[in-house]
Write a protein that binds this ligand. Structure first.
Ligand SMILES: Cc1cc2nc3c(=O)[nH]c(=O)nc-3n(C[C@H](O)[C@H](O)[C@H](O)COP(=O)(O)OP(=O)(O)OC[C@H]3O[C@@H](n4cnc5c(N)ncnc54)[C@H](O)[C@@H]3O)c2cc1C
Length: 495
C-alpha cells in the first residue's frame, strides 16, 4: 500500500512545528517524543503502521481552529482522529502529518427531550450518549459493535452503522446538526435541532467524509424513545443459503426487524467459546432476529418470523424470555470480532454490501476463494442490510500471508460490486479500499467527487492518501475536462 511521499522539509522541521503548536495548545497537548507517539501509529486496521509527525490533543474549538489555520498556512497535512477504531485505516497517521486527536472533546453539552436531541462533543463515545439518557427512557439508535470505544465524531466521519440500523437508519439518518472547522480555521455550523436542512445538504456531505473535508467539533444527534418491548429470536439453520433465504423472506413479508444478524459456523464457534452465549454448535448458520415495539405487535411478529424460519428449514429456534436472555443472544455477536481474534493471530475484517438475494452466490464464491488462497474465513453479516463482514484469518509472521489476505479481501469486494453491491457498508474506504475504488467508480465519477473535496480543501491537506486512488492536485483537476473517459493529465502521479 503506497502513501503520498513524505515532505522532507516538514520532516526536518518536526521540533519547530511542535514548538509552534505548543504555543496554540499548551501543556501536555502536543506530543513529539517518539515513544509517546507510538500508541497513535495505527488504528483498528493494525496491519498498517506509521508514526505521526506530531500528535496534537486540543481541548477547545478555538485551539482546533488555530491548529488547522497554522497547518494550512504552512502546508502541513492533518489527520483527524477520534478513538482510532477505524477498520479501514481512516485515522492511519502520516509521517509528515499532524495527528489531531479529538479525545479531549468528551462532554455531553445538552440533552433536550423537548426536541428529542442531544448536543455532544465529538470525542464522546457512541455508547455514552445512550447511557446518558437511558434512565429517562431514551436512546441513540446507531450502535456499532465498537460502541463502547468509538467516538461520535468518528461515527459521523465514517457514517457508521450497527445492528439496529436496519430499522432505524445509519448515522446519517440520526444526525441533526454539526459544528465543523474547515482547513483554513473557519468554523461553520450545519443544521441544528430542527428537522429540515437549509440549502445544499452539507450535513449529508460531511457524513461519511472520512476526515477529508473538515474536523467535526460538535454533533447534534436525534434521540429515540426506547421501545416498550424488545425480544429476540436465535435461529439455527443447516446451511447459510437457508439462513439467507429466511432473511429475504422476512423482509419480503414486510417485516423490518430492529436487527437481523447472521453468523456462519466458524464465527458461531469462536463467539461461543469466548462468551458462552448458548449458541447451538451443530448448525452451519445462525440468525439473531430482534423485534421491538408494543408488546402485542412484537408477539405477532415473533409468530410470523417463526413461521417463515420453519418454512426455510430452521433446525433450532429460541425466543428470549427475559432481557438478560436477549442480551445474552447479542453478547456473542457483539464479541464476534475479538472472539475471532482468539482463533487466529491476525485477521482482516472486510466490509462490503450486496443485494440480499445474492447472498448464496457470494457465499459459495467466497468458499472457492478461501480454498484458492488457502486462508480461512469467518463470516458475520448485518444480514438484513446485505452488509457482509468476512473476517479473513492469516498470520502476519508468515512471509507473504498479509499480501495474500489483502488479495483475497480485494477479490471479495470486487465480487460484491460484480453482483450489484458496493465496496463498503459502514467501515469506510480509508486506505483499505482506496485502490479498489476504480472497480466501482469511473474516472469521471471519481473526478467529480474529487472536485467536491477540492471545494473544501484545495491544497489536499486533510487526510490525504485516503479514499481517492488517483489525482490529488486540485489545480489540474479544476481545469480537467474528461473526454470519452480519457484523463488529460496521465503524467500526474497516482498512489
Ligand atoms: C471491534 C470493532 C467493531 C466494529 N464494529 C463496527 C460496526 O458494527 N459498525 C461500524 O460502522 N463500524 C464498526 N467498527 C469500525 C469503527 O469503530 C467505526 O468506523 C467508528 O465510527 C470509528 O470511530 P473512531 O472514533 O474510532 O474514529 P477513528 O478511527 O479515530 O477515525 C475514523 C475516521 O474518522 C475521521 N475522524 C474521526 N474523528 C473525526 C472528527 N471529529 N472530525 C472529522 N473526522 C474525524 C478520521 O480521520 C478517520 O478517517 C468496528 C471497529 C472495531 C475495532
Amino acid at each position: 500500500m503506497e502513501m503520498p511521499k513524505p515532505d522532507d522539509a516538514v520532516l526536518s522541521n518536526r521540533l519547530r512545528i511542535a514548538d509552534d503548536l505548543r504555543a496554540i495548545v499548551p501543556g501536555e497537548g502536543v506530543i513529539v517524543d517518539e515513544d509517546e507517539r507510538r500508541p497513535y501509529e495505527s488504528d483498528g486496521l493494525t496491519a498498517y503502521k506509521t508514526s505521526p509527525l506530531v500528535v496534537v490533543l486540543p481541548e477547545t474549538v478555538e485551539q482546533v481552529s488555530a491548529v488547522l489555520r497554522y497547518c494550512h498556512e504552512n502546508g502541513i497535512k492533518v489527520v483527524p482522529r477520534g478513538a482510532g477504531t477505524s477498520l479501514s485505516g481512516g485515522s492511519l497517521p502520516l509521517e509528515d502529518g499532524v495527528l489531531l486527536g479529538l479525545g479531549k472533546f468528551n462532554r455531553i453539552l445538552e440533552v433536550d427531550y423537548d426536541n428529542r436531541c442531544a448536543r455532544v462533543q465529538p470525542g464522546v463515545t457512541n455508547l455514552a450518549i445512550t447511557k446518558a439518557v437511558e434512565a429517562d427512557g431514551f436512546y441513540y439508535a446507531p450502535d456499532p459493535s465498537s460502541q463502547i470505544a468509538c467516538s461520535i465524531g468518528g461515527n459521523v466521519a465514517e457514517n457508521s452503522g450497527g445492528v439496529h440500523c436496519l430499522k432505524y437508519g445509519l448515522t446519517t439518518n440520526n444526525l441533526l446538526g454539526l459544528e465543523v472547522v474547515m482547513i483554513d480555521g473557519e468554523v461553520i455550523r450545519i443544521g441544528g435541532k430542527h428537522l429540515d436542512s437549509e440549502a445544499y445538504d452539507l450535513l449529508g456531505i460531511m457524513t461519511g467524509s472520512e476526515g477529508l473535508l473538515g474536523v467535526v467539533t460538535e454533533v447534534t444527534v436525534r434521540l429515540l424513545r426506547a421501545p416498550e418491548t424488545v425480544q429476540a429470536l436465535l435461529i439455527g439453520f443447516p446451511s447459510s443459503e437457508q439462513a439467507g433465504d429466511c432473511v429475504a423472506k422476512v423482509i419480503g413479508a414486510g417485516i423490518i426487524p430492529g436487527g437481523m444478524e447472521m453468523m456462519d459456523k466458524p464465527a458461531i464457534h469462536a463467539a461461543e467459546d469466548f462468551v458462552h452465549a448458548g449458541y447451538p454448535l451443530d448448525v452451519e448458520a445462525l440468525l439473531i432476529v430482534e423485534l421491538d415495539g408494543p408488546a402485542q405487535e412484537v408477539t405477532h411478529l415473533i409468530g410470523s418470523v417463526k413461521e417463515i424460519a420453519e418454512s426455510c428449514g430452521a433446525v433450532s429456534l429460541k425466543i428470549s424470555e427475559s432481557e438478560q436472555e436477549r442480551l445474552g443472544f447479542w453478547a456473542g455477536r457483539k464479541a464476534a470480532f475479538p472472539a475471532v481474534g482468539r482463533i487466529s493471530p491476525d485477521y482482516l475484517c472486510m466490509d462490503g454490501t450486496i443485494p440480499r438475494h445474492q447472498l448464496p452466490k457470494v457465499l459459495s464464491r467466497m468458499t472457492e476463494l478461501s480454498n484458492h488462497y488457502g486462508l480461512r474465513v469467518a463470516n458475520v453479516f448485518h444480514a438484513g442490510d446485505g452488509n457482509l463482514h468476512p473476517l479473513i484469518l492469516y498470520d502476519a509472521n508468515i512471509p507473504g500471508e498479509l499480501r495474500k489476505a489483502e488479495d483475497f479481501g480485494g477479490d471479495i469486494l470486487k465480487l460484491c460490486v460484480e453482483v450489484g453491491g458496493v465496496l463498503t457498508g459502514e467501515h469506510g474506504v480509508g486506505v483499505e479500499k482506496r485502490d479498489l475504488m476504480p472497480a466501482m467508480f469511473t474516472e469521471i465519477d471519481l473526478a467529480q467527487q474529487m472536485r467536491l473535496k477540492c471545494a473544501f480543501d484545495p491544497d489536499g491537506l486533510l487526510n490525504p492518501g485516503k479514499v481517492f486512488p488517483t489525482l490529488h492536485r486540485c489545480a489540474e483537476l479544476g481545469r480537467m475536462h474528461i473526454h470519452k473517459g480519457k484523463l488529460p493529465f496521465p503524467d500526474i502521479p497516482r498512489f
